[in-house]
Design a protein around this ligand. Structure first.
Ligand SMILES: C[S@@+](CC[C@H](N)C(=O)[O-])C[C@H]1O[C@@H](n2cnc3c(N)ncnc32)[C@H](O)[C@@H]1O
Length: 216
């Protein structure tokens, strides 16, 4: 991410993220998130929803493994890129790309896997409410996977200024899941290898919450 990007309080989430994506040809690595790969590897492919899909690497990875994917982002710039990457990867028909400002609208349907990876934003984002809506979209027997940064990291203080970094337990509380209807399958902090802007290797602390809606 670019450091020191100033935030215009009048800018919408769409304007903010479109301009962030326009700053470079490719913002993310193009590789799927390691936590998604680990968690989804043992699941039977079904319907998946990726919220805040960015340039689409996770959605494309899922589609190539047989999932029928709906992928959502507020940025049309990111979605156009994602669709192009999907075509280039031969997964062009496996993903339904939808533009939503998740603060305002959410795709209709239910999914066996709902995935939210690094749904952090400097622009206004009612993250708790969006994640509650995401939980409501999980089909019986399905999984909600929430992966986020555990902290801003030394190098990203300015960039992440004011953004919340809830622990997995705090995310669980925010979800307000119906008691007795969900199983917590993972709530942990983990370290992820991640190079800094000078491409020096380093570690970043992230957290993961995986909850399953009990069948029936
Ligand atoms: C930090 S990026 C993570 C992208 C991707 N999930 C990944 O792991 O590489 C956050 C993504 O959330 C999207 N986003 C932020 N606010 C949003 C909103 N209100 N509605 C939909 N998407 C949003 C951004 O456009 C961006 O692509």
């Amino acid at each position: 991410m670019t450091h020191g990007h100033t935030v215009d309080p009048d800018e919408s989430a769409e304007e903010h993220w479109d301009s962030r994506y326009r700053e470079s040809e490719r913002r993310w690595s193009g590789e799927p998130n390691a936590a998604l790969v680990t968690e989804a590897a043992g699941m039977t492919p079904g319907r998946a929803l990726d919220i805040g899909c960015g340039e689409g690497a996770d959605a494309i990875w899922l589609a190539r493994r047989g999932w029928r994917v709906t992928a959502v982002d507020v940025s049309g710039v990111a979605l156009e890129r994602a669709a192009r990457h999907a075509r280039e990867a031969g997964a062009g028909t496996g993903v339904d790309w939808q533009r939503h400002d998740l603060a305002v609208s959410f795709p209709g349907g239910e999914w066996d896997l709902v995935s939210a990876h690094y749904l952090h934003s400097q622009a206004e984002l009612p993250r708790d409410a969006v994640l509650r809506r995401a939980a409501a979209a999980v089909a019986p027997g399905g999984v909600l996977l929430v992966v986020g940064h555990a902290d801003p990291g030394d190098r990203e203080e300015a960039h992440h200024h004011g953004m919340p970094f809830p622990t997995p337990e705090e995310v669980l509380e925010q979800l307000r899941l119906e008691p007795g209807r969900w199983a917590v399958e993972r709530a942990a902090e983990f370290e992820r290898a991640r190079a800094d802007r000078e491409r020096r290797p380093g570690l970043h602390r992230d957290n993961i919450l995986r909850v399953r809606r009990l069948p029936g």
